[in-house]
Design a binder for this molecule. Structure first.
Ligand SMILES: Cc1cc2nc3c(=O)[nH]c(=O)nc-3n(C[C@H](O)[C@H](O)[C@H](O)COP(=O)(O)OP(=O)(O)OC[C@H]3O[C@@H](n4cnc5c(N)ncnc54)[C@H](O)[C@@H]3O)c2cc1C
Length: 307
């Protein structure tokens, strides 16, 4: 039986581990399929306070983990594949082993949806990104491409015009899912070029190890061509990692945890932290802050329960 179990080892989970460890609660962190979370995919992080020269994403999360371990946090490999939150203690199946917890912090993140091209996957962090706020600054006066046709693609494209020389929005249809207001705002922006109906066949150039362009195909005519580009932003949505909690805690239509104030979920004793609940900010610092909030709430909950 554990006082606190934390699901996920990204910024949110590791920060929750640090705080609950320093409260002497000996937390157990379940690392998941992506130890270190989304920052383990990227290279330089320039907007996490405290690092004037920036810090590599994997180093940042590894540092927070090391800091948490120094105070007694324990980590196990594996993912939660089943959960029973209907009564306390909560029970979690970690790839065959059941773990019991008095309090649970869910920090399982929301993974960016990618196109799934091998070239795209190889160039993540080397010109391929899913976060304009995070990486736009690297593309001052450069050529940028945004893939997607929804509101978030429009928002990312508009934001990226602050940096890029031009921003090409590539969408597979001529019609857009984005709201009228966002689409109009984007259409008024003279730096945005529209490339429709087109799909990306390959991100170039894996042999060089960074993005130099993209091979596109017009889905109506079948014509293919290569377009030079420096920053390739995929903005086709996120998938919250909550499948195992479906039916156990309240989730919204897209699967994000619905907050009941602070870090509370619909189940007493279960707390949320980070991108798994946050569809708006999605930053390392906000996830870390949310991890702190969840830890403080878990502490108070356990205290009130006499543990
Ligand atoms: C390429 C890229 C670059 C980025 N750059 C920046 C940047 O420069 N600055 C910035 O502020 N933000 C950046 N971000 C965003 C930032 O990484 C996220 O906001 C942050 O990682 C969210 O932290 P999190 O802990 O909530 O979730 P995540 O980092 O997504 O971590 C989720 C964790 O949960 C685990 N997990 C999932 N399912 C299960 C399960 N069933 N059982 C157990 N564990 C599970 C995963 O393995 C992972 O460890 C970037 C994101 C990407 C993808």
């Amino acid at each position: 039986m554990r006082n606190v179990v934390i699901v996920g080892s990204g910024c949110a989970g590791n920060t929750a581990a640090l705080y609950t460890a320093r409260a002497n609660l000996q937390p157990l962190v379940i690392s998941g399929h992506e130890p270190g979370g989304q920052l383990s995919l990227t290279t330089l992080v320039e907007n996490f306070p405290g690092f004037p020269e920036g810090i590599n994403g994997p180093d940042l999360v590894a540092n927070i983990r090391q800091q948490a371990e120094r105070f007694g946090a324990e980590y196990v490999h594996g993912s939660v594949i089943e959960a029973d939150l209907s009564k306390r203690p909560f029970r979690l199946n970690v790839e065959g082993d059941w773990i019991e917890a008095r309090a649970l912090i869910i920090a399982s993140g929301a993974s960016a949806r990618w196109l799934g091209l091998p070239s795209e996957q190889k160039l993540i962090g080397h010109g391929v990104s899913s976060c304009a706020t995070c990486d736009g600054f690297f593309y001052r006066d450069k050529k940028i491409m945004v893939i997607g046709g929804g509101d978030s693609a429009m928002e990312e494209a508009i934001f990226l015009t602050r940096f890029g020389r031009e921003v090409a929005v590539v969408h597979r249809r001529d019609e857009f899912r984005a709201s009228k207001i966002m689409l109009e705002r984007a259409r008024r922006n003279l730096k945005i070029r529209w490339v429709t109906p087109a799909v990306v066949e390959e991100v170039l150039d894996v042999t060089k190890g960074y993005v130099t362009g993209a091979r596109l195909r017009n889905v109506k005519t079948g014509e293919t061509w290569e377009q030079e580009v420096d920053g390739f932003f995929v903005a086709i949505g996120h998938i919250p990692n909550t499948a195992v909690f479906k039916g156990q805690i309240e989730l919204d239509g897209d699967g994000y945890i619905i907050s009941k104030g602070g870090a509370k979920t619909s189940v007493t004793g279960v707390f949320h932290a980070g991108d798994v609940q946050d569809r708006v900010y999605r930053q390392a610092i906000t996830a870390a802050g949310a991890g702190c909030m969840a830890a403080l709430e878990a502490e108070r909950f356990l205290e009130a329960e006499g543990h």
